[in-house]
Design a binder for this molecule. Structure first.
Ligand SMILES: C[S@@+](CC[C@H](N)C(=O)[O-])C[C@H]1O[C@@H](n2cnc3c(N)ncnc32)[C@H](O)[C@@H]1O
Length: 371
């Protein structure tokens, strides 16, 4: 079974999340092929319905309608229904991850004409700058009804259609409307979902967020029918988290909030940790190397103390973000070997950077397991 995933702006992070998500739901990946922001994923079993809602780093998911060599693909397309809608009017676009994009576009135009459809092609003229600083294409308008794609992998062309789209707007709106928001400290729902997947947390599992703030990561875990334990040493943050989680309507038995210092708190057993600790002072100006190193040292000390304090109660992974500080053209991150050595954990995949070009403090994401 092959599917197309359209990746978000941080391709590496989006792919890592897809790998961990599929692994945790026991749908083994047989093959991955990436072309720009398109990822063709071969899995053993069909994807679950609404897979998109579990992923923070994927823009949309598509199903293959037919496949064949460059010579055969149009003959094969002749044999299938392409447009299944009821209107005789549609707007459509084509994601092109092949060398026959123009031919496919022409084919669709001709085909819709023959079928007497009033079909309007809209190009992928919207651009987003990805983490590598290159530009990814995206649909220019939300009014596009049908998104087709053509993807080439080892001489075979795969033609298909986007079937699930991430409704970013409603996710962000939902997040904006919650009663307590702390703009500068809050994590986005998308990144929260990514951390949850990297931690391999599943429905029914229990999340620990030892730096829970107003509950951004807890909220995403609870929405996926997990339970959650949040700790924060700031009483106002805990009150904010309580208000937010009540506003979402989660049952009080599904979560617990503790106002305490995570380096000393005692907790009940949890499945895994996904968290965003303080990333140091929110620096607007580029700091000196010395300042950056001090922030990172403080961070290391705090995370080591917290891990050592909670690890007996944590069954699985510990996933956390850490400061990734720009000094000049370079960025500095914390000393993960040192953190691992002092806690008895190891990295299970390479650290994942997440930042915007002009951001002084970005994030480096670490995924750890017990030795
Ligand atoms: C970046 S914020 C977390 C934001 C959170 N993910 C959210 O979406 O709201 C970090 C939080 O860690 C808390 N914190 C810092 N040191 C702590 C400690 N030693 N124990 C517990 N909480 C701590 C701060 O009060 C702050 O609320």
């Amino acid at each position: 079974m092959k599917y197309l995933f359209i990746l978000g702006r941080n391709h590496e992070l989006s792919i890592a999340e897809i790998e961990e998500y599929l692994d945790k739901i026991e749908n083994p990946i047989k093959k991955l092929t990436q072309v720009n922001n398109g990822l063709l994923v071969e899995v053993e079993n069909p994807l679950l319905e609404n897979t998109i809602t579990y992923l923070g780093g994927t823009i949309s998911i598509g199903e293959i309608l037919t496949s064949g060599t460059e010579k055969l693909i149009f003959e094969k397309l002749d044999k299938i229904m392409i447009y299944l809608g009821e209107n005789n009017k549609l707007t459509y676009t084509l994601w092109d991850f092949s060398e026959i994009g123009e031919l496919t576009k022409e084919y669709l135009k001709q085909r819709f004409k023959e079928e007497k459809l009033k079909a309007t092609f809209k190009g992928l003229t919207g651009k987003i700058k990805n983490q590598e600083g290159e530009k990814d294409e995206k649909p220019s308008s939300k009014l596009i009804e049908e998104e087709y794609f053509i993807f080439q992998e080892e001489g075979i062309e795969y033609f298909g259609k986007i079937t699930e789209k991430c409704d970013y707007e409603s996710i962000e709106n939902r997040d904006m409307n919650k009663p307590v928001r702390r703009e500068s400290l809050a994590i986005s729902p998308r990144l929260a979902k990514i951390l949850i997947n990297l931690a391999k947390l599943k429905t029914g599992d229990k999340l620990l967020d030892p730096f829970c703030g107003v509950g951004g990561i807890m909220q995403e875990a609870l929405l996926q029918n997990m339970t959650a334990l949040g700790v924060d040493n700031d009483g106002d943050a805990i009150k904010g988290a309580q208000k937010n989680l009540e506003w979402f309507g989660f049952s009080p038995e599904s979560y617990e909030l503790i106002h305490f210092d995570s380096t000393k708190v005692s907790i009940s057993p949890v499945t895994a940790v996904a968290t965003e600790p303080d990333l140091g002072n929110i620096l607007k100006k580029i700091p000196t190397k010395g300042m950056a190193e001090n922030t990172l040292k403080d961070f290391e000390k705090l995370i080591v103390q917290v891990i050592n304090n909670v690890k007996k109660m944590v069954e699985g992974r510990i996933v956390f973000t850490s400061p990734y500080i720009r000094i000049g053209k370079k960025r500095l991150s914390c000393n993960i070997e040192n953190i691992c050595e002092r806690t008895g954990y190891h990295e299970v995949r390479e650290s994942l950077p997440e930042f915007r070009e002009n951001q002084v403090v970005g994030r480096m994401i670490y995924v750890l397991e017990k030795n």
